[in-house]
Every structure is written in C-alpha cells, then in structure tokens.
Design a binder for this molecule. Sequence first.
Ligand code: ADP
Ligand code: ASP
Ligand code: MG
Length: 242
Amino acid sequence: MSVVVQKFGGSSVENTEKLFNICKYITKEYDNNNKVVVIVSAQGKTTDNLIKEAKEINKDIDKRELDVLISVGEQITIAKLAMCLKKLGYASISLTGWQIPIRTNDVYGNADILAINLDRVIRELNKNKIVIVAGFQGITEENDITTLGRGGSDTTAVAIAAVLKADKCEIYKDVDGVYNIDPKTNEKAFKYDYISYDEMLNLSNNGAKVLHNKSVKLAKEFNIPIHIKSLYDENANGTYIH
Ligand code: ADP
Ligand code: ASP
Ligand code: MG
C-alpha cells in the first residue's frame, strides 16, 4: 500500500463531465489499495471571475476580503468531486484548508504555508476514504482566511505530499508534460522526460505557468519527486521533476 497525492487544476475540473473524468484516475489508485489524497483547484475561470466582480465593487481591492471571496472556488470543487465519487460508490470526504488546518502567515493573496496538521486527513484515510482537499486555501493563527497566490493549488499538493511522506505526487495537466516553452503557443517546443528542480524553477521564474514556483521550491526543499501527467493520455510518460 502506498500513499498517493494527486492534483487536478482548474481546466481539469471545469464542469461535471470533467469531474467524472478525473474520477477514473482517482479510483484507479484507490482500487489498487492505495491511500489517495486529491487536491483540486476552482473550476475553470471561477477565480478570475470572482476577482473581476470584486473590482466592480472597488478597484482598490481589500486584500483580506478578496481572500475570503476567491477561496470559495476551491470549496465548490471539493464538494462536487466528493459527490461524484460517492455517486460512483466510493467513500470520500471533502476538507477545506481551514478544516485541516493549513496554517499560513497573513500575507493575503500570497500567503506562505507555516504548518500543516494532517491528523484529520490520516484519520479519514484510515477509514478507507478518498480525501479531497481544497487547494489554494490557508488560515492564519488568528483564523483569518488566506490564499497561496495564483496557481497555488500546486503548492498545497506538494506541501501535503511532503508532510504525508507520500510515495507519489502526481500533478495532472492539460498538456502531457513540461516543455522548454509553452507547447500551446510554440510548435517547436520539446518535452522533458526528466527535469531537475533547479531547471524547473528556472522555467517557472521565467513565466512558465505550468507549475506554481513555490511548489517547486517546496519540492526541492523536501526532496519530493513530482510527476506531471497528461489528463488525456493515461499511458503518456509525462515529466518527472526530481
Ligand atoms: P492547471 O489548470 O492544471 O493549474 P495551468 O493552466 O496552471 O494548469 O498550467 C498548464 C498550462 O501551462 C498548459 O496548458 C500550458 O499551456 C502552459 N504552459 C506554459 N508554459 C509551459 C511549459 N513550459 N510546459 C508545459 N506547459 C506550459
Ligand atoms: N484557483 C486558484 C487560481 O486560479 C488556484 C489554482 O488554480 O491553483 O489561481
Ligand atoms: Mg495552475
């Protein structure tokens, strides 16, 4: 038995059909007798739309209240994914960042994780449930809601994999791996089968938004191998970041 952490981003959970689609990757690991923790982002453009709506109220955004607003997207996804898995007959439970809790500093909109207590997650795994965690969300010592920065669900996934000492940390994307340049805009882009943490950090820092750069730093610090996998091709090798 292994502990597997899987992360699915906004485009992978965009609608109900896509939510049911990712269930096959989750249940495959579960059916192989693994403990599975799933991290998800907000559906599609939910976060962008919420930011737009906040700006309609006041262009000079209140950062604390913005985090209360935009963290909502991930809560919608975890509830729906748990419902999908239950519909398929799998025991599962959704948990928000504050239910866990994922403690952060109070840098609203770009908070750093300070500590994670996984007691609840482990209890649920031991009840043979698939645990679904909201990405992006944190909570301060004062119990104020924070978010980890745009794209921050990758960081939630790597942080949980680190604390759980997971055997696998899989991050599913709508591309089949990490390329030297965005494959959607450049035909000549080539895919890496393996890439080092430092090379990956270099790509992220130069604007490749394929992985949140804090997640790569964390993976390097705790030596967590990340496997970037394709959402559309189960047999593709993807990219190992190590
Ligand atoms: P998610 O919704 O899973 O968080 P993102 O949209 O954040 O996914 O990241 C995936 C996208 O990153 C891909 O669709 C791709 O167009 C883009 N991308 C940018 N640079 C790269 C790169 N160097 N390698 C792979 N994908 C890249
Ligand atoms: N929903 C957040 C965002 O759009 C976090 C994430 O997708 O990782 O930035
Ligand atoms: Mg992303």
